[in-house]
Design a protein around this ligand. Sequence first.
Ligand code: NAI
Length: 727
Amino acid sequence: MTDFTMQKDADGVAIVTWDVPGKSMNVLSLDGAAELNALIDDALADEAVKGIVITSGKKDFAAGMDLNVIASMKEGGAQSVFDGVMTLHHLLRKIELAGMDPKTKKGGKPIAAALPGTALGIGLELPLATHRIFAADNPKARIGLPEIMVGIFPGAGGTTRLVRRLGAMGAAPFLLEGKLSDPAKAKGAGLIDEVAADPVAAAREWVLKASDTDLVKPWDAKGYKMPGGEPYHPAGYMTFVGASAMVHGKTLGVYPAAKALLSAVYEGAMVPFDTALKIEARWFTNVLMNPSSTAMIRSLFINKEALEKGANRPDAPDQSVKKVGILGAGMMGAGIAHVSAMAGIEVVLIDSAQEAAERGKAHSAGLLDKAISRRKATEEKKAEVLARITPTTDYAALQGCDLVVEAVFEDPSVKAEVTKKAEAVLPAEAIFATNTSTLPISELAKASARPDQFIGIHFFSPVDKMALVEIIKGKETGPRAVAKALDFVRQIRKTPIVVNDARFFYANRCIIPYINEGIRMVAEGVSPVLVENAAKMMGMPLGPLQLVDETSIDLGVKIARATRAAMGDAYPDGAVDEVIFKLAEQGRLGRKAKAGFYDYDEAGKRQGFWSGLASDWPEADAQPELTEIQHRLMFVQALEAVRALEQGVLEDIREGDVGAILGWGFAPWSGGPFSWLDMLGAPRVVEIADALEAKFGPRFAAPQLLRDMATKGDSFYGRFGAGKKAA
Ligand code: NAI
C-alpha cells in the first residue's frame, strides 16, 4: 500500500501527495509516516529539488491519526507509545529544519502544505511543521485539533508548536476545547497562513521564491519570546494561573487529558523547543496509558463509528428513505421533520389542525434562521429545506411514503387511531415507526395490520441537537424494519442503538433512577449542593436535580403515576414522589415554569436552590461522605445498564456505552457504564454494590452476571467486546 507519492516537476518542486488507498479520508498510520519520511529524505537529498509541497489527492487533507493505530500502539506498553511518538517528532522536525545548517540556519529547502479541505489532528500537526500553510477557500473545510474530544491531546508536536505560534492564551480554545474553524477563520486566528483559490499553485509559487529567513521558525530564531509571555513572565503568569483554574473548573479533575495537556504546555514553555517536544511526548504517553483515553477512543470513536456504519444492521437491501410521513407536528414531530428535510428527504408533516402542522414547519424555519444568523446556512438552503416539508391534515398525502414516524400524544388510543389511518393509505411495504418514550412497542404494534413492519424509533429532545436515536424492536418487528430504521438514522447523521422492547427501553431506564436517586437524597436530608457537585465531580454534565428541572417535573410526576399504576405494591419510589408531587402542586414544574428545584430569573437563567427545599426537607446535621453519594449516583445507573444487558434489552455493550454517553451524558471520560465497571473490575463492583444494597436497599443488588464475572475474573469487554453478542 502506498499512502504517499512524490512527483518531481521540471521547475524543481517536489509535490508529495497523500492519498490513502481505499479510504475516503486520509488518516496517518505508522507505515504511512515511514513512507513520508523516505520521500522527504529523497527530496532533501536531491539537488534538482528546490522545494516541496505536501498536499492530498482527496477532497480533504486528512482526518488525523488512525485511532485504531493509537489503540494498538498502547498494547506494546508505555515505551512503545513513547518511541512511536518520538518517531513522528523526528519526522516533523526534519520537515521543519528542512536540511538547513544548524548554526547558520541557511540552505534549507522550503516546504509548504496545501490543504484542499478539512485538516484535523495530525492533518494539521504536519502542516504546522512546514514553513507555510495554504488552504483552499472552502468554507466547508474544518481545520483544527479535536484530539481532546476523545480523551487525548495533540501529541505530534501540535501542542508545542501551536502554543509557540499563538501563545498559551491564543492556543487555548484549539487545544483545550478542540475548536474547529473554516479556512478563513483559521487564517484569522493564525492557525494557517494563507487562503487561496488553488492552494497547490500558491504553495508552489511560494516555495520557488522563499528565502532562507522564510524557513526559520520563530522558536528556532535567536531571541524568540513566546506570544503572551512564558510562565514566569508577569503576563504569562496570569495566563497560566487562570488556565489552570479554568481547566479544573470545567473538568473537575476527571479528564486526565486536559490536565496533562496543560502540564505539557507549562513545562514545555520553560525549556528549548526540542526538549519541549520530548515533554509533550511523555505527557502524551501518560494520557494514552490512562484507561480513560482507551475507553473514550473505543466508545466515542471506534464503536460510535461502527454503530453508525451499521454494525448491527440485519442483512437487507438498501432501505434509504425517500419520503417520510410524520404524524404529530409538536415538539418532537417538528424536530424529526427538520432533521429529515435537512438530510434531503421529502417530508409530509401531519397534525390534526392545519395550523398545528404549519407551526411544526415554522420550527424548521426558525432553526434555519438561527443557522443563517450564525453563517452556518444560507437563504437558498433554507428555501430548499422548507420546500421539502409539506404541512397538512390530510392522511392521503402519506401516499408514496416509505417510512412513517408517529409522534402524536403519548396515549395508546390516539396512537392506535393514527396507525390505522396511516396504514390505510401507505404502500404495502412502508415501515411504521413510533417515537413513544414510555409505551411498549409490542402493545402499540397491535393496532397495526403488519406488526413485522412496526418498530420504535425513539428520538431525544431537542431532536436537532441530540445525537442518539434508540431503535426498539417489538416482539414481531422484522429485520427489514430494523434495517429501514438504521438506514434512516444514517441518512439524518445520527448514532443508532438497537434494543429490545422493555419498560423505558434503555436510556430512560438508566437515567430515571439517576434522577430519582438525587431526589431521594434531598428527601433524606442530604445537601442538594453536595448531590449536584458529587455528580459533576464524577463527570456527569448535569446534576440530577438540574436534569429533572430541565426535563420538567410534571413529566416526572406523569411517569411516576404510570409506573405506580403498572407496578402496584412493588413500586419502590414513594420517597421520590413525596418530593416531586409537592413541587408540582406548587407549580414548580422546572425550568419551563422558571421554578423547580432551582430558582430562575425572569429570563429563565438558573439561580440558586429554591429556599423551600431547605424548609421542607431540612439538611441533616451529619452529611454523608462524597464517595458514598457518588457511588449511589453512578451505580444506580450502571447497575441498571447491566440489568438491561442481562435481560437481553441490550444486545451489545458497545451500544450500551455509546448510547449512555450520547443519550444522557453518562460521564464521557469513563467511556460509558460498561467501560467504567471494567475499570473498577467486577470483584470491586460487587463489593461496592453489596455495601450499597445493605445500606440503601435492593435497587443496588448486584446482578448475577456481575457475580459470575467477579468469580471468573471476567470483564465486560473481555466477555462481550467487539460485537460479541450478549446472548
Ligand atoms: P407534543 O404535545 O408537543 O406534540 C404532539 C402533537 O401531536 C401535537 O401537535 C398534537 O396536535 C398532535 N396530535 C395529537 N393527536 C393527533 C392526531 N390524532 N393526529 C395528528 N396529530 C395529532 O408532544 P411531544 O413532546 O412532541 O411528544 C410526542 C411523542 O414523542 C410522544 O409519544 C412522546 O412520548 C414522545 N417523545 C417525547 C419526548 C420529549 O422529550 N418530549 C422525547 C422522546 C419521545
